[in-house]
Design a protein around this ligand. Structure first.
Ligand SMILES: Cc1ncc(COP(=O)(O)O)c(C=O)c1O
Length: 391
């Protein structure tokens, strides 16, 4: 192979321009759109499902913790970064979800990286649903072991992969609520399959925690798997709790193992005290207002039903997330931009973040959406739909 002449320092990143041109040609350009603090947009794109991010009890707890403990955690969890707030948050999360123990990470992404890598390794096969979140996919890659990515929601295929694995141990990895269409994994069935084959089950409940199950205890709790000795759950504190950070919930020995071996826990500055305090306060609100989660699901179902009645191709939501199919990546981007011009912010999922390659508007709902918000959303989204979006 010919090695090209060495580029000059000015040319070293020329390849990035070529890559950007290719993305633009495929309709995959992204841009940052900073929002103002007092934006009046109707938000159907964020993850603040319970409307707690700006709740005074939650934001006030964050402000008080920053003044008391400082702006940052000052170090990793095993050095100076563990405060009494982190310990209290872990205790309360575990208790609420019915797990033996919990470990708080700086994000849901690092929680997933840590859980997958620390619970697999060379002696363990990983069997995952094909549509798992990118943070789990990256965890699978970093595990440097055999990974079988199985067709979406096919427990029989997972069973086959477990039965034919070449490694003594196995870890089955799934989302509870899938990020793009908001559909639900068959957790009880997956657990049965895991038990038949001596495998552990790792569930990312990022979109289920705070929305599904008794009082928002999550999809794992709803499936009767809370406290199970062979099930580990990851959550994020940045969606229903309106804060920041992530956590792993599971058997005490799993949590201890993660605290001592998960590299994304050990070599990462701990979650800021303000975020830990915000998550604790939000958990308190969730406990005192157990009707909030149900409102989220009701709003999602209402929005999807009305969009479908308007002739669009809409997923059937099980939690806060739903999607509307677009004819192409370019038309999805333009559609989302037209909605934004009319004051409705929607998400836009395109390759590579959609595993089946179908571009979509991605919508999320909140507990505090009003009837008039839903009417506005349906009017704006359906009237600005591109040709070919109708079913
Ligand atoms: C399913 C799922 N898992 C994990 C994450 C990562 O969580 P965090 O944003 O806290 O890093 C997300 C966030 O988008 C997610 O949707």
């Amino acid at each position: 192979m010919n090695v090209p002449a060495s580029p000059s320092p000015e040319q070293v990143f020329d390849w990035l321009d070529t890559a950007a041109e290719k993305r633009a040609a495929a309709g995959l350009t992204s841009r940052l759109r900073p929002r103002g603090a007092s934006s009046t947009e109707l938000d159907l794109a964020g993850n603040d499902y319970l409307g707690l991010a700006r709740d005074k009890r939650v934001a006030g707890a964050a402000a008080a913790a920053a003044l008391r403990w400082g702006a940052g955690a000052t170090g990793s969890r095993l050095v100076t970064g563990s405060t009494e707030l982190h310990a209290e948050l872990e205790y309360e999360l575990a208790r609420f979800c019915g797990a033996q123990a919990a470990l708080v990470f700086s994000s849901g992404f690092t929680a997933n990286l840590g859980a997958v890598t620390a619970l697999s390794g060379a002696e363990s096969a990983i069997v995952s649903d094909k549509y798992i979140h990118t943070s789990l996919v990256e965890g699978c890659r970093l595990s440097r072991t055999d990974v079988a990515a199985i067709n979406h929601c096919e427990p029989a295929a997972i069973k086959h992969a477990l039965a034919t694995r070449r490694k003594p141990r196995a870890l089955v990895v799934t989302d509870s609520v899938f990020s793009v269409d908001g559909d639900l994994a068959p957790l009880a069935e997956l657990s049965r399959v895991c038990r038949e084959h001596g495998a552990a089950l790792l569930v990312d409940d990022a979109h289920g925690f705070g929305v599904l199950g008794d009082g928002g205890r999550g999809a794992v709790h709803a499936a009767g798997l809370a406290g199970a000795p062979d099930v580990v759950t990851t959550i994020t504190l940045s969606k229903s709790l309106g804060a920041q950070g992530g956590a792993v919930l599971g058997p005490r020995r799993v949590i201890r193992h993660l605290a001592e071996t998960a590299r994304s826990f050990i070599f990462d500055t701990a979650l800021a005290p303000a975020s830990a305090a915000a998550a604790l306060a939000a958990l308190g609100v969730l406990k005192s207002e157990p009707g909030l989660p149900e409102k989220v699901v009701t709003n999602a179902v209402t929005l999807s039903t009305q969009l479908r009645a308007a002739g669009l191709r809409v997923s059937t939501p099980e939690a806060a997330v739903l999607s509307v199919r677009a004819p192409s990546a370019e038309s999805a981007v333009e559609w989302a931009a037209r909605c934004a011009e009319q004051g409705v912010r929607v998400g836009c999922s395109r390759p590579p973040s959609v595993p089946d390659g179908v571009s979509r508007l991605r919508l999320t709902v909140r507990a505090d959406l009003t009837e008039s918000d839903v009417d506005t959303a349906v009017k704006v989204i359906s009237e600005s739909a591109p040709a070919g979006a109708a079913s």
